[in-house]
Design a protein around this ligand. Structure first.
Ligand code: COA
Length: 169
């Protein structure tokens, strides 16, 4: 696991609760900005099984400043976790909140016995957490996507590697 910058003093990371939904939706809109549609990831989330126990919120003095959600899918025959969205409040960026959320999400997935975590995102950001496009080159997303943004972090040897369509568990 990679080193994270020091968090804000009052930062609390806890599992997502049902009542957090409206604040999470508002934060995601704020973080991604208007007109953003993560189409490839949205297609996955249409059929993926939401995993609240693998999804986390970052709170600072009662305010939601970050969120990461995870879902269960299958790639070919391999059950896997799908990460996204990851969003941090624009006013709280570069303080390590995103890194802490990714680390916590991956730790929870690994502890749950999952084989790995898949996402669509910038390799320049996610490679520091062990994600790689090479390991995901045979993963087929539903709908068009830049394959260089399809990234995976495996927690164990996946044999021949990950291969096949992302589909419902
Ligand atoms: C990406 C995001 C979650 C990072 O949150 P954060 O709390 O600022 O992350 P961290 O503090 O752990 O890391 C910040 C560092 O990553 C860098 N970084 C952020 N986004 C990056 C990207 N897309 N590519 C490369 N580097 C990136 C920042 O420049 C910063 O570098 P610095 O420490 O040298 O200043 C946040 O910028 C965000 O919510 N962006 C909009 C939504 C989004 O793109 N989500 C990810 C795709 S699902």
């Amino acid at each position: 696991m990679s080193a994270c910058p020091a968090p804000q003093p009052a930062l609390v990371i806890q599992s997502e609760r049902p009542e957090d939904g409206p604040q999470i939706d508002a934060l995601i809109r704020r973080a991604f900005g208007p007109g953003h549609h993560a189409k490839a990831s949205e297609r996955v989330r249409e059929f993926a099984a939401f995993a609240p126990e693998l999804s986390f919120c970052a709170w600072s003095e009662g305010a939601l400043v970050g969120v990461v959600r995870q879902w269960r899918v299958r790639v070919g025959e391999t059950p896997l976790v799908f990460l996204g969205p990851l969003a941090v409040d624009p006013e709280t960026r570069s303080a390590g909140v995103g890194g802490l959320l990714v680390a916590r999400a991956c730790e929870a997935a690994e502890q749950a016995g999952e084989a790995g975590v898949l996402l669509v995102g910038d390799a320049a950001y996610f490679q520091r957490f062990g994600f790689s496009a090479a390991a995901a080159r045979a993963v087929r997303m539903p709908g068009p996507v830049d394959q260089g943004r399809v990234l995976v972090r495996a927690f164990r040897d996946l044999g021949e590697g990950l291969s096949g369509a992302v589909r419902a568990l």
